[in-house]
Design a protein around this ligand. Structure first.
Ligand code: PMP
Length: 342
């Protein structure tokens, strides 16, 4: 067990903060008359959602084999990234550490909170240099390290995650937005060993629920209590909560969708590699490929002109577009167009 004293890491004002508690959500009544929240007695969605997200947490608790009080639910994992920074990073004083290239929102929320963003430049295979990590951690003492695995936009997994947890003085966040596509075990299993670890997952990708905006954080009870303290009381709406609860009960459908997506991933990877204007398709454990082109500007514009949207990563990652896997029809449209270019 790594020694962990949360009081040294959390912002003082957050430690002292009393969470907003909705009385009705923490009490039991048979059939109450609700005159406590200034709601309307009319309409379908007239009541506030459960601020504790109890039912969803119970489902996730079974699904992930973890206690309900080790789960926080957010308005997408985006919100949870923001909340984690707010809990641990003193504005104008503390910094976060992230991989470069990686998911931009870590840096975005840190900047909104006036925290410095330190970056670990990945090597040509998009791996972290452990020496760089040790040096920057020692010299600058960042509070939160965001590890994205599989990493967006590069698609590869982070190897040896425990090394980073063991050698970091602050909080390590493993963002597993794409984990379902990788077939690899989640770092949730490491939570028994490390109480300063946070694992983020989302319903936006493999679960196909980006429009519902629901994500989850898994961590120690202490960290989850702090995230719940700073969240807006009704951060996830009742339509989304109910939809996700329903979906967890029909998990077989999702598993089937993932299987089909994996088939498409393999099909698209093969096809892309056979297209002449493609220089390299980086291996991916996610539902997208970082793809290098001979003339990326031209290709990007041509795709746009044909209303095929991709994510331009050039010039930061020279020559590259990030292309995600669609359905077979969409993938064929992409490949046919790319093949038409000499
Ligand atoms: N993490 C990563 C790595 C992502 O790519 C994304 C979405 N692009 C998110 C988190 C945010 O997901 P959401 O807010 O939809 O849960």
């Amino acid at each position: 067990m790594k020694a962990f004293n949360i009081e040294n890491l959390v912002r003082k004002n957050i430690l002292e903060l009393q969470p907003y508690v909705s009385f009705r959500d923490v009490s039991k009544f048979e059939n109450p008359v609700f005159l406590d929240a200034n709601e309307s007695p009319f309409g379908e969605l007239n009541r506030y959602p459960d601020s504790t997200q109890k039912k969803l947490k119970e489902k996730l608790s079974v699904l992930k084999n973890i206690s309900s009080d080790q789960i926080a639910v957010g308005n997408g994992s985006d919100e949870l990234i923001d909340l984690i920074i707010k809990v641990f990073c003193e504005p104008k004083k503390d910094s976060i550490l992230m991989m470069n290239p990686s998911f931009a929102m870590y840096g975005f929320y840190a900047s909104v909170n006036d925290n410095q963003v330190l970056q670990l430049k990945l090597n040509e295979n998009f791996e972290i240099s452990k020496d760089d990590f040790l040096n920057i951690s020692e010299e600058q003492n960042p509070k939160v390290f965001f590890l994205c695995s599989p990493n967006n936009p590069t698609g590869n997994l982070v190897e040896d995650i425990e090394f980073y947890i063991q050698n970091f003085k602050g909080i390590v966040v493993v963002d597993e937005a794409y984990i379902e596509f990788s077939g690899k075990q989640s770092s949730i299993s490491l939570l028994e060993k490390y109480s300063d670890l946070i694992v983020l997952q989302t319903f936006s990708k493999a679960w196909g629920m980006a429009g519902a905006r629901v994500g989850a954080a898994y961590s120690s009870k202490e960290i989850i209590a702090l995230i719940n303290t700073v969240k807006a009381p009704y951060n996830v709406n009742s339509l989304s909560l109910n939809k996700i609860i329903e979906l967890i009960d029909q998990k077989d459908i999702i598993e089937e969708n993932i299987k089909n997506t994996l088939k498409e991933i393999s099909w698209l990877s093969n096809e892309l590699q056979r297209v002449k204007c493609v220089q390299k398709v980086y291996p991916s454990d996610a539902n997208f490929f970082l793809t290098e082109f001979k003339d990326v500007e031209k290709i990007y514009e041509l795709l746009l002109a044909n209303e095929i949207l991709t994510s331009k990563r050039s010039p930061k990652i020279p020559g590259c577009l990030r292309i995600n896997v669609g359905n077979r029809e969409e993938n064929i449209q992409l490949i046919e167009l790319l093949k038409s270019i000499e």
